[in-house]
Design a binder for this molecule. Structure first.
Ligand SMILES: Cc1cc2nc3c(=O)[nH]c(=O)nc-3n(C[C@H](O)[C@H](O)[C@H](O)COP(=O)(O)OP(=O)(O)OC[C@H]3O[C@@H](n4cnc5c(N)ncnc54)[C@H](O)[C@@H]3O)c2cc1C
Length: 533
C-alpha cells in the first residue's frame, strides 16, 4: 500500500473559478485585444464574499456522523461547504459568481475508509439524510446538486468528500493492474503509479482536479482515449458501498457470469453506491512521447481520415481534429490565440510508448494520412497542444471576468450521422444565441464505428448570462435527441441531461434504472435527483 506524500497533493479549487488559484490570472493583453475585436468587453467580476445558508442538519446527526469518521472530518464551516457546492460547469460558476449558494450541503463528511463510507450510508439511510459523493468536484452536468424540489424531503444534505481516501492499495505487475482509492486526483494517482514504473494514461482536461472515483462514476474519457481507451475500459474491478451492503466486482478480466455488473456502477454518478476502490489496468511508463500536427483542407476530410485510422485498427495514442472555427481560434492553445493558425483544420496526433513502438505506429499512421490528403505540420503544433492541454479552463474564467460567456458540450454518434449531428448542434446553438456567437467543434474521441463531437461556445454574456445560456443548451440537447445521438459521451447525465435520457434509453431502460436504484438505495438517499429520471 502506498500513501501519497504531501508534495503531490493538489490544492483546493476556489468556489467561483477553475483550478489552482496560483495559475489563475487576467486575460493576457494580446488575447484581450483580440477578444475585444469579436466581443464587447465588460467588467464582470465574481462576487467577493458569498454567504452560505446556515446548516439545516440537526446537531444530533452531525454528532452521530462525527462518531463514525472523527470530529475533525465533519465540517460545517462556510468555506468548506462553499467549495463543495455544485461542480464546475459554466452555469455552476455563474451561479457562484453572483453569490447564489442555495444548494450548499449542510455538512461535509470526510470518511477515511470503505468501512466508514458504509457506516455513513447506513446512518443516512436510516435517518433520511441525502448523501452526495464528492470526488474532485469537477462535475459539469449538475451531478453534485440536491435540487430545491428534492431537498425538503430530507433531514439534510451531506457532501461525502472522498478526499481522505488517497492510497494506492495494491499493484499486480504480472497482471498489469493496480487498485486505487477513489479520492486520488489524476496527477496524484499517476505519481503513485510512477513509483512502480507504471501509469494509467487517463488525461481528461480536468485531469489536475478530478478523482479516480469520479472518473468511474461518470465514465470519463481522456485526451489519450484513442490509445489507452476510456476510463471505463480501464476498469477491471470495483468495490462499492451501498445503503444495503457492499459489492465487490472483478474476479477476472472477463467472464460470462451473467451481465457484467461493473457496468452498472460505471456511470452510476453516486446514485447507486459509493465507489471506494477501483482496480484499473496499468501500463509501463512510456519511454517517449511525440505529438504532431496535420492540416486538412476541411473538417469532413480530417474526420474521414480519423475514421479510416480507427477502422484500420491504426490509432495513435492521441487523435483529435478541430473544425475550421476552432482551428482559426486555436482554442487548444489558449496562450497562442491569434497565433499562426494554419487555415483548414488542425489535427493532433500523438504517439507514446517505446521508441520502436512509437516509430512503427507513427510511420504507419503517417503513410495513411498522407495518402488521404493530410499535410504534415511537424511537431510544433503537437507540442504546443500538449503544453497547453490543461489550460483552457483557466481561460474560461478570464473570459467570464470580461463578460464573455464560454461553455462546452459534447455528444457522440455513428460515423454515418456525423455531419448531420455537427450541423444540427451548431445551428441550434447559433440560432439560440444569435449573431456574434462563435461555435467551435472538435472530434475528441474516435471508435471504429463513430466519434464524439465536442463543442465550445463563446458569446457575449450580456446582463444575464445564465438566462442566455440555458435555452441554448436546451436547443442543443433537443438537436442531439432529434439526431438520435448520445446526450452525453463523457460528461455524464447529472441533473442537466436527465430530461433527455428517456429519449435515449426508452421507458423500459428507465424502468430498469429505477429498479436498480430502488434495490440498492431503498430510502433514496444517494445523490437524489441525479441520473435516474
Ligand atoms: C474544465 C473541465 C474539463 C473537463 N474535461 C473532461 C474531459 O476531458 N473528459 C471527461 O470525461 N470529463 C471532463 N470533465 C468533466 C469531469 O471532470 C468528469 O466528469 C470527472 O470524471 C468528474 O470527476 P470528479 O472526481 O471531479 O467527480 P465529481 O465532480 O466530484 O463527481 C461527479 C459525479 O460522480 C459522483 N461521484 C464522485 N465520486 C464518486 C464515488 N467515489 N462514488 C460514487 N459516485 C461518485 C458525484 O456524486 C457526481 O455525481 C471536465 C470538467 C471540467 C470542469
Amino acid at each position: 500500500m502506498t500513501e501519497l506524500d504531501t508534495a503531490h497533493r493538489q490544492p483546493e479549487m476556489p468556489a467561483t473559478r477553475w483550478g489552482d488559484p496560483g495559475e489563475a490570472g487576467p486575460l493576457p493583453d494580446h488575447v484581450r485585444e483580440l477578444v475585444s475585436m469579436v466581443f464587447p468587453i465588460t467588467d464582470a467580476p465574481a462576487a467577493e464574499r458569498v454567504d452560505v445558508p446556515a446548516p439545516a442538519l440537526d446537531r444530533a446527526h452531525t454528532a452521530a456522523l462525527a462518531a463514525v469518521v472523527g470530529d475533525a472530518d465533519v465540517l460545517v464551516d462556510d468555506a468548506t461547504r462553499r467549495i463543495r457546492t455544485r461542480g464546475k460547469s459554466t452555469p455552476d460558476l455563474l451561479r457562484q459568481r453572483v453569490g447564489d449558494l442555495g444548494d450548499a450541503p449542510d455538512v461535509v463528511v470526510r470518511p477515511g475508509s470503505h468501512d466508514e463510507v458504509a457506516a455513513v450510508l447506513a446512518y443516512c439511510g436510516e435517518h433520511r439524510i441525502a448523501v452526495v459523493p464528492f470526488g474532485g468536484g469537477t462535475a459539469v452536468t449538475g451531478g453534485l446538486v440536491v435540487g430545491a424540489a428534492e431537498r425538503p424531503s430530507y433531514a439534510g444534505v451531506v457532501s461525502l468528500d472522498l478526499g481522505r481516501m488517497r492510497r494506492l492499495l495494491a499493484v499486480d505487475p504480472v497482471s498489469s493492474t493496480a487498485t486505487l482509492e477513489p479520492g486520488l486526483r489524476g496527477p496524484e494517482a499517476e505519481a503513485l503509479l510512477a513509483e512502480h514504473g507504471l501509469m494509467l494514461g487517463h488525461y481528461p482536461q480536468s485531469f489536475e482536479f478530478a478523482s479516480i472515483g469520479g472518473f468511474a462514476a461518470t465514465r470519463s474519457s481522456g485526451q489519450s482515449s484513442a490509445g489507452y481507451g476510456r476510463f471505463d475500459a480501464m476498469v477491471v474491478g470495483l468495490r462499492v458501498a451501498t445503503p444495503v451492503g457492499d459489492v465487490h466486482l472483478g474476479s477476472a478480466p472477463a467472464n460470462a457470469s451473467g451481465p457484467d455488473l461493473r457496468e452498472l456502477f460505471l456511470g452510476s454518478e453516486g446514485a447507486f453506491g459509493v465507489i471506494t476502490e477501483v482496480t484499473v489496468r496499468v501500463r509501463p511508463l512510456p519511454e517517449m512521447k511525440v505529438y504532431e500536427g496535420w492540416q486538412w483542407p476541411d473538417f469532413a476530410a480530417g474526420a474521414d481520415a480519423m475514421r479510416m485510422l480507427a477502422q484500420s485498427d491504426l490509432l495513435p495514442t492521441v487523435l483529435r481534429l478541430s473544425d475550421e472555427n476552432e482551428t482559426s481560434i486555436n482554442l487548444a492553445r489558449p496562450d497562442a490565440i491569434g497565433g499562426d493558425a494554419a487555415g483548414g483544420c488542425l489535427m493532433i496526433t500523438g504517439y507514446e510508448g517505446t521508441p520502436e513502438a512509437v516509430a512503427a505506429k507513427q510511420a504507419a499512421v503517417t503513410e495513411v494520412l498522407r495518402k488521404l490528403g493530410g499535410t504534415p505540420l511537424g511537431t510544433e503544433p503537437g507540442e504546443s497542444w500538449a503544453a497547453g492541454r490543461f489550460a483552457a479552463p483557466y481561460l474560461r474564467d478570464s473570459l467570464l471576468d470580461v463578460g464573455v460567456l464560454v461553455e462546452t458540450l459534447e455528444t457522440a454518434t455513428f460515423w454515418s450521422k456525423r455531419d448531420e449531428l455537427y450541423r444540427a448542434v451548431k445551428e441550434a446553438l447559433e440560432g439560440a444565441l444569435g449573431e456574434g456567437t462563435l461555435v467551435l467543434c472538435h472530434v475528441s474521441h474516435v471508435y471504429a464505428t463513430g466519434c464524439s463531437l465536442y463543442f465550445t461556445v463563446a458569446t457575449p454574456g450580456g446582463e444575464q448570462p445564465l438566462e442566455r445560456w440555458l435555452p441554448a443548451k436546451a436547443a442543443a440537447c433537443e438537436a442531439i435527441v432529434r439526431c438520435g445521438a448520445a446526450i452525453t459521451h463523457h460528461h455524464a447525465v447529472g441533473t442537466d441531461h436527465k430530461p433527455y435520457l428517456t429519449a435515449e434509453i426508452g421507458e423500459v431502460g428507465v424502468t430498469a434504472l429505477r429498479a436498480v436504484k430502488q434495490a440498492l438505495d431503498p430510502a433514496g438517499v444517494l445523490n437524489p435527483g441525479v441520473l435516474v429520471p
